[in-house]
Design a protein around this ligand. Structure first.
Ligand SMILES: *Cc1c(COP(=O)(O)O)cnc(C)c1O
Length: 392
């Protein structure tokens, strides 16, 4: 008998474990494996944030428990960032909540607002945490197919009426993981209208809000007039400031959702280390020049990769945001068989699109998380594959 609960036992297996195993096998044989499966930035946290952490860590008042909802310095910094960057006004007391990374907040959101049997609309393909958290909350979800032909935006008219009637919550994510899709504010206006008509709440995951290229600026769903009645937005310092290990994020917007999540969280955790929250406040209220510098690095890598893929006739859009390229697999391949081919014949790890939901089949996600020198090597290896033959 397994000690794990049925809920935990029935969680989907960790898909990347198999690739990891193969990676180690190849490395043991001396192959220089290039891992483009990792969804975390490889660049360091900016020095000014580290310096702020060192200063704050020295102060004994920062060694105590944080207030459950997070400290005022961080929540005010989030509100200041929203005012300056989006021209959205937030009350730091009731409309901002500190999270121990946005993954934590997104996962607990499901427990905070769903009862068993409730319905949630989830992007397909989407960040796997959404569906596992819905499963752990004993709720159910309806996948919203995100098709390239529709710009990876859900078709609301195609959702069955009975699903819409039961739906309490909808998740959206732009710039998107894994599709790297970006949208303009009209997409959020349409989403808010849909929520209003059907009396449901939207949680927008904006983990890549600042990771954008070509002069594109990603909008906030809270810029839509009246959005606070229907939406919360999750944000993180992980991707924009290369702070994945620090575990610091936030949720903003609808008071009632934030209240429910904060009540749940106050029973489970005691927020993040005060020194980390205060250092993160420095990052959010900075001039964002380090974000620009990092984006320039990702943009350069993107250009090399997109050029290399197109040269071997792989159909790909050049993304305006995130740290991923979402590429259609060539010829007769499936997501998995193409990912396997790249690993076995080129020593390159990518993530099969099917790992993010059924509509991800036919694509692979390639992360921009190695140096330009490595991407030059990726280019050489892709050319040597003679993938064009797959089209015959
Ligand atoms: C990385 C990521 C997150 C989680 O970020 P943390 O704040 O580090 O927990 C959330 N959503 C998406 C889509 C991500 O890619």
């Amino acid at each position: 008998m397994s000690i794990a609960s049925k809920k935990v036992d029935s969680l989907p297996p960790y898909l990347f474990a198999k690739f990891q195993e193969k990676k180690e096998e190849l490395q043991a044989k001396g192959v220089d494996v290039i891992d483009l499966g990792i969804g975390a930035p490889d660049l360091p946290t900016p020095n000014f944030v580290i310096d702020a952490l060192i200063e704050e860590a020295k102060k004994s008042e920062n060694h105590r428990y944080s207030p459950y909802d997070g400290c005022s310095e961080f929540k005010e910094a989030v509100a200041t960032f929203y005012k300056n960057y989006y021209d959205v006004t937030l009350d730091p007391e009731t409309e901002v909540l500190t999270l121990i990374g946005s993954k934590e907040g997104l996962a607990h959101l499901m427990q905070a607002v769903l009862d068993s049997g409730d319905q949630v609309l989830l992007p397909d393909p989407g960040y796997p945490v959404y569906s596992t958290a819905v499963h752990l909350a004993e709720a159910k979800y309806y996948p919203l197919p995100l098709e390239r032909a529709n710009g990876y935006v859900p078709c609301y008219d195609e959702i069955p009426d009975e699903v819409i009637e039961q739906a309490k919550l909808m998740l959206l994510n732009y710039p998107g993981n894994p599709t790297a899709a970006t949208v303009d504010s009209a997409v959020f206006e349409q989403a808010i209208s849909f929520a209003k008509e059907n009396n449901l709440m939207i949680a927008h995951d904006s983990a890549y809000n600042l990771v954008t290229f070509d002069g594109y600026k990603a909008p906030s769903i809270l810029q839509v007039p009246g959005a606070k009645n229907y939406a919360v937005e999750f944000g993180s310092l992980s991707k924009s400031f290369n702070m994945t290990g620090w575990r610091i994020g936030y949720v903003v917007g609808n008071k009632d959702v934030i209240k429910a999540l904060s009540v749940l969280k106050s029973n489970l955790d005691s927020s993040q280390f005060l020194a980390i929250q205060k250092a993160a406040a420095t990052a959010l209220t900075s001039d964002l020049s380090t974000v620009q510098e990092h984006n320039a690095v990702f943009e350069k890598r993107r250009d090399i990769l997109v050029k290399a893929l197109r040269k071997i006739h792989i159909d790909v859009d050049s993304p305006k945001g995130t740290i991923f390229v979402w590429a259609k697999v060539p010829g007769h391949f499936t997501s998995l068989s193409f990912a396997n081919l790249l690993l076995e014949k080129a020593g390159i790890i990518v993530t099969p699109g099917s790992a993010f939901g059924p509509t991800g089949e036919g694509y692979v996600r390639i992360a921009l998380t190695v140096s330009v020198e490595k991407f030059a090597e990726v280019t050489r290896r892709l050319e040597k594959l003679h993938i064009e033959e797959a089209f015959n």
